[in-house]
Design a protein around this ligand. Structure first.
Ligand code: XMP
Length: 509
């Protein structure tokens, strides 16, 4: 097991993830964890992360000095190496300019850390302070054009330091360096896997929850589904999942969730059927932001009601992932600079005095999918396209009416079915229909029609920050359009959205 001490770097979780990729178990600790705790954890090595602070400031985060006497190998990265230099008697100086971006690293001495790497590699730097004198017993093993102490080592104590970031993909051979640390220096065996992760998480969840009851808002999306499966494995019926049917769901969505979680997983699943309440709140409202607010508030209200019905609930479980966490308020003494506050369920935990249980908060999306697969969740859940919280509420433009939703649901089901059949569903980021409350003239048979319009929105994207309309085969678009117009009453025209993001957005509202 490798411990990573978190000094607030945005890359801390990336370090942990790289270690997991080497099939070694890693655990992140707050920077001020005691050496005693680490000893009890039985760690084989210790990594000190980077961080935004300067070691020269009195109030900067410092580790327990006793960690240097633990007798396990230590690797300091960026702020971590400056800490090592500073705390062990070297000298660190404020630099007039920040070193940021690529540099060329040259090996100047043989080192187990850099073993079997090319003599020169491109590395990624991002730091302000610099080391100007090494502590006793340390030697330089690599340098860059800007620093003669880019890689340092205390061979007897097995303490290593890197000024650059080996964990980011911009650093060539970065994974090799971490592998060297794990396998050549720390003697890790590399036999850890997702199955071990489940085992440990199950133990942790049991310990954390005790005999208390946990509630989880299940949406049917990847994150909440995997969280539910994992927690259920740990505590069984101490978990109650609440699924809110807000009337803004896709065709048969609720039945699919019930089948999977109640029938297959035997979970205690409570479905709150509140379509009327949501539609009522949306009556007469056309503004997209106002619609979102109404839907969000109604969700909180219904969820609170559901929790009251369950009774004695102590924990609220959420499928929060690491990418959600980096944008959150820092906790656990994590000194990460606050980027954006982010609330998953509208501040519910504080209001209801619930404790949070977030078993996925150290994982990345693709790791969550691996975990879900290991837990037996089907592919169509793990790889389903993103679906917005307000659901079809933001895909019926303007005022939401049951009649419009019904049309949209049926049109959308046709689109999804054809996307799956043509093997495009999992290749695009999102594919969905939008209902336009606009009527146009058409002919069907000998009859004039005057019906609504449905738009097809099919996009490619890596992270939803930018997106482009997907170039789908025209024959497929034709088939989808024909089917929607022929099979869905009330629609006589289908249009294709050919806008990119930016300047458009993926959703229409
Ligand atoms: P936009 O429309 O802003 O969407 O380009 C970017 C991505 O976010 C999804 N989306 C949401 N997801 N709650 C969510 O959980 C929301 O309120 C919400 N609004 C948009 C959208 O589907 C796309 O993938």
């Amino acid at each position: 097991k490798i411990a990573v001490l978190d000094f607030g770097s945005q890359y801390t979780q990336v370090i942990a993830r790289r270690i997991r990729e080497c099939n070694v178990y890693s655990k992140i600790f707050p920077y001020n964890v005691s050496a005693e705790t680490l000893r009890e954890e039985g760690i084989q090595g210790l990594i000190l992360s980077g961080g935004p602070a300067s070691v020269l400031r009195e109030d900067s985060p410092r580790p327990d000095p006793a960690i240097f006497e633990l007798g396990v190998p230590i690797l300091g990265i960026c702020y971590g190496v400056q800490l090592i230099a500073f705390m062990m008697g070297g000298e660190v100086k404020r630099s007039d300019r920040r070193e940021y971006g690529h540099g060329t690293l040259r090996t100047v001495r043989e080192s187990r850390l850099l073993a079997s790497l090319p003599g020169e590699i491109r590395v990624w730097n991002s730091h302000g302070d610099r080391i100007i004198r090494l502590p006793e017993g340390f030697e330089t093993v690599a340098e860059t054009e800007n620093s003669e102490f880019a890689g340092i080592e205390h061979p007897e104590k097995e303490i290593f330091g890197l000024q650059f970031h080996p964990e980011v993909s911009h650093t060539e051979c970065g994974s090799e360096i971490l592998r060297n640390f794990l396998f050549k220096v720390c003697g890790c065996t590399g036999d850890w896997s997702m199955a071990n992760f489940i085992e440990r998480s199950v133990e942790d969840i049991r310990k954390f929850v005790g005999k208390e009851h946990v509630v989880l808002g299940l949406s049917g999306g990847v994150d909440s589904s995997v969280a539910a499966a994992l927690i259920h494995k740990a505590i069984g019926d101490q978990l109650t999942c609440v699924f809110v049917d807000n009337g803004l769901l896709r065709l048969h969505e609720r039945e699919q969730v019930e089948l999977l979680f109640r029938e297959n997983f035997s979970m205690d699943l409570r479905v709150e059927s509140q379509a009327d309440l949501f539609l009522d709140r949306l009556k007469g409202i056309e503004d997209p932001e106002e619609k979102r607010k109404k839907i969000g508030n109604a969700f909180v209200e219904v969820f609170e009601m559901a929790i009251k019905k369950i009774g004695d609930v102590t924990f609220l479980a959420q499928g929060t992932l690491y990418p959600d966490v980096i944008e959150s308020v820092s906790i656990d003494g994590n000194p990460a600079a606050l980027i954006k506050s982010h609330h998953n369920v509208g501040g519910l935990p504080e209001k209801m005095r619930l404790k949070l249980l977030e078993p996925l908060r150290n994982l990345f999306k693709d790791e969550v999918r691996l975990l879900g697969r290991e837990l037996g969740l089907p592919k169509d859940v793990l790889w389903r396209q993103p679906f917005p919280g307000p659901g079809l509420g933001v895909r019926v433009l303007g005022e939401v009416k049951e009649e419009y939703l019904e049309i949209l649901r049926r049109a959308d089901a046709i689109l999804q079915e054809e996307m799956v059949t043509a093997d495009f569903y999992y290749k695009v980021w999102q594919s969905f229909c939008v209902f336009l409350p606009v009527r146009t003239v058409g002919v069907m048979g000998d009859e004039r029609t005057y019906d609504y319009v449905v738009a097809l929105r099919i996009v490619e994207s890596a992270d939803a920050m930018t997106a482009d309309w997907a170039r789908m085969p025209h024959d497929l678009i034709r088939k989808i359009s024909n089917r929607i117009i022929n099979e869905v009453d009330g629609v006589n025209r289908v249009v294709l959205d050919v806008s990119s993001k930016p300047p458009s957005t993926i959703e229409w509202e």
